[in-house]
Ligand binder design. Sequence first.
Ligand SMILES: NC(=O)c1ccc[n+]([C@@H]2O[C@H](COP(=O)([O-])OP(=O)(O)OC[C@H]3O[C@@H](n4cnc5c(N)ncnc54)[C@H](O)[C@@H]3O)[C@@H](O)[C@H]2O)c1
Length: 433
Amino acid sequence: MRKICVIGVGYVGLVTGTCFADLGNQVTCLDIAEDKIEKLRRGEMPIYEPGLEELVARNVTAGRLIFTTHYRDAVPHADFIFIAVGTPSGVDGEADLKYVRMAAESIAETLTHYAIIVNKSTVPVGTGDSVAEILIERGKQPGVDFDVVSNPEFLREGSAVYDFTQPDRVVLGATNRDAADQVAQLYLPLRCPIMITDLRTAEMIKYASNAFLATRISFINEMAAICERLGADIKEVAAGMGMDKRIGRAFLDAGIGFGGSCFPKDVKALTWMAEMNDCHPQLLRAVMDINRDQRRRIVTRLRELLGNLRGKMIAIWGLAFKPNTDDVREAASLDIIHILQAEGAHIRAYDPVAMETAQRVSRDIVFCGDAYAAAEGADALVLVTEWNEFKQVDMARVAAAMRRKVLVDGRNVYEPAQMRALGFEYRGVGRGY
Ligand SMILES: NC(=O)c1ccc[n+]([C@@H]2O[C@H](COP(=O)([O-])OP(=O)(O)OC[C@H]3O[C@@H](n4cnc5c(N)ncnc54)[C@H](O)[C@@H]3O)[C@@H](O)[C@H]2O)c1
């Protein structure tokens, strides 16, 4: 049993702390957000993540998982200190590292014996060295008081517990190989490949991975736009491409594009890093441009079908940036809603779990109790997030409830012929018509 402190109890930190506790370690999760820690102490979840609530409860009951807002309660006892705080986009797209710096300073102030500082936040290349610098400036000696290991996280919201416990690989970067080996020991029970490299390479692996996945999405969306003009069906094109083992099927679903707290900010941060170092990241810029256009295209479709949008009632199905999460950071839904509202449209929306989080950051939306209620009296319906619930809806009932039967399927969930047979004017993404 090792003593672990996890700083930041967001989607990554809470999952990391809880899963390490479940592997038998003694874990203290720390956050400066008192409301989050209070909730966790009451047994409530500050985020929605399938399977996490039961896992937290089990480990709290077993005495392996506790929560605090005080560094002094957590750092002095820890063998490993994981940093899992947010690294949002700064003004020019660069990663804003203020939370990482704050965490490093607080660690330096409260550290009393040797610990390994493990950076799980997605941070620009070189941040591991900067974290070490912060401790050195405060009188701590590398190799004696601390070592820094980079351990980028690859979990996906919505399947975070599964991804953490069944990872494709664990990446560890360190200057001191022995420190990386000690962190590797924590992961041994997961029986997964562990790759050990230098600090900067580990940090870069995370950005390159996210940028590649985002590139696949923008690639298939560009193909979808071409398919639309040429009368081909992107779903079948992607299926045909995916059968090629060199290509594979993952991340080739044409649609509204990517959102969330990672892909957009990480592609932007990598672009910024490249520019600052005299590189010419034209592919990364195109990936972001295409993604932005996908959202605008949805509004263009609505204009084509409805004419002027002023006074039109638009139903939005799905607010979360993807299914199985309540996270609306950089969600396509919010961008699309804002453009529609700016053009004078009214919005009725429904999401199975993300309405509360969406409510905090948006205005003038009528939030509805279910998918049918959102479609009631609408001039058009836009499927934004492909929750399973929307695949099982009685679309004949939906058609009957709408004022005008316009369906814009932003995720290619429905069969065009079936929808047209129900009387919908149907538009998917890249499905030729
Ligand atoms: N969300 C994901 O799916 C995902 C996946 C892989 C990697 N990441 C990366 O992991 C990091 C965390 O992401 P997240 O989505 O979990 O973020 P989050 O915003 O959900 O959580 C971050 C938490 O850190 C806390 N915090 C901020 N400053 C602090 C400080 N000084 N001390 C203690 N707590 C502090 C915040 O209060 C917040 O609760 C980011 O760098 C992100 O890019 C996220």
